[in-house]
Design a protein around this ligand. Structure first.
Ligand SMILES: C/C=C/C(=O)SCCNC(=O)CCNC(=O)[C@H](O)C(C)(C)COP(=O)(O)OP(=O)(O)OC[C@H]1O[C@@H](n2cnc3c(N)ncnc32)[C@H](O)[C@@H]1OP(=O)(O)O
Length: 309
């Protein structure tokens, strides 16, 4: 079924979303951690067991900060529900993900999500849509995290007035910093082999887009076979940073940014190179088999660690 793509920018940016309330438990947390490769390497499983298992009789399991990124999948309103936005969902790609962590995520919680349109940009051949979701602990009312999802809508664009390219952002520009990959050797490098079934496991955390599981849909989207979720690669990369720079301390992470540069096929090997610069870890993830960068970004930590740069 083809969709006639069109955008009414004023309608899109004034769209009001419904609030979402949902509940998660330790079992969701553990499933997510397995989906982003926790305990996948024989050599260091022990350090990551706490993400998937109540260790030493503890009541809580550790929650990876990127678990908060999947809260967005639970939203009642989907992109296709946004007024003034008609696009082919098969052509949608995840472009960027920015997260702010305000508290360590509890291992079970009732969450309230509030969403707004944070940006809309006409790129001519494509449209970039940014949705900001803030997630609150329903009982305490405290904000736990904020996600800004940047969605790259291929095949829909050119809706601006002549000579005036439409670009709307409702957050401070200083939140956007370009990623400059240092020229020196990385401070650390992590290699992870993803499983051929990685996307099928990861999707159980809530992102059921068929581009990741159905060969017919991935072919319409322009790929030889289903591709890995961008947030799965993101989860692998940030897990590596927590292992190498935070010694497993999940509360160290303040903000995370990543731009998806190229798709990943399940079964490929991810090499994450990391550079420590003050309290920021800049990273770049490459696919070993194709020697191509697929994700770059940074993680800001709450404390400064002795930097090599
Ligand atoms: C439902 C699916 C969920 C998923 O998880 S999908 C899997 C994860 N995502 C991916 O695999 C996507 C990987 N990235 C790509 O394939 C490419 O990357 C894009 C197709 C997204 C863009 O490539 P190109 O069409 O060649 O874009 P350009 O001509 O280089 O740039 C056009 C404008 O778009 C901006 N842009 C480019 N890439 C991104 C991005 N990833 N996120 C946000 N914006 C992007 C640029 O800056 C520029 O804008 P300016 O003309 O103003 O300079």
């Amino acid at each position: 079924m083809s969709t006639i793509a069109s955008i009414d920018p004023e309608l899109v940016i004034s769209h009001k979303f419904r609030e979402t309330i949902f509940y998660y438990t330790e079992s969701d947390v553990a499933q997510y951690a397995l989906g982003v490769g926790a305990c996948g390497n024989d050599r260091d499983d022990e350090g990551e067991l706490g993400y998937v298992y109540h260790q030493n009789g503890q009541q809580f399991i550790k929650v990876l900060p990127t678990f908060g990124a999947i809260f967005v999948y639970r939203n009642r309103d989907k992109f296709s529900d946004i007024s003034g936005l008609k696009f082919d969902p098969n052509l949608l790609l995840h472009g960027q993900q920015y997260m702010e962590l305000y508290k360590p995520l509890p291992s079970r919680c009732c969450i309230v999500n509030k969403q707004v349109v944070a940006g809309l940009h006409d790129k001519g051949k494509a449209t970039i849509l940014e949705i900001e979701t803030t997630s609150y602990d329903k009982v305490s009312g405290e904000a736990l995290c904020m996600n800004r999802n940047t969605i790259f809508l291929r095949g829909v664009g050119g809706f601006s007035k002549p000579g005036q390219l439409f670009s709307y952002t409702n957050y401070p520009r200083d939140q956007v910093s370009p990623i400059i990959i240092p020229k020196c050797e990385p401070s650390s490098i992590c290699e992870d082999v993803t499983q051929k079934s990685q996307a099928l496991l990861y999707r159980l955390s809530g992102d059921y887009n068929p581009i990741h599981s159905d060969p017919k849909i991935s072919s319409i989207a322009g790929f030889d076979r289903p591709i890995l979720h961008g947030l799965c690669t993101y989860g692998f990369a940030v897990r590596a940073i927590i292992k190498y720079f935070c010694l497993g301390d999940i509360s160290s992470v303040k903000t995370i940014f990543g731009r998806f540069l190229l798709h990943v096929f399940p079964g490929e090997t991810l090499i994450t190179e990391m550079w420590l610069v003050g309290s920021r870890v800049i990273f770049q993830t490459k696919v070993k088999e194709r020697d191509q960068a697929v994700l770059s970004g940074y993680v800001c930590l709450h404390r400064s660690i002795n930097s090599s740069l």
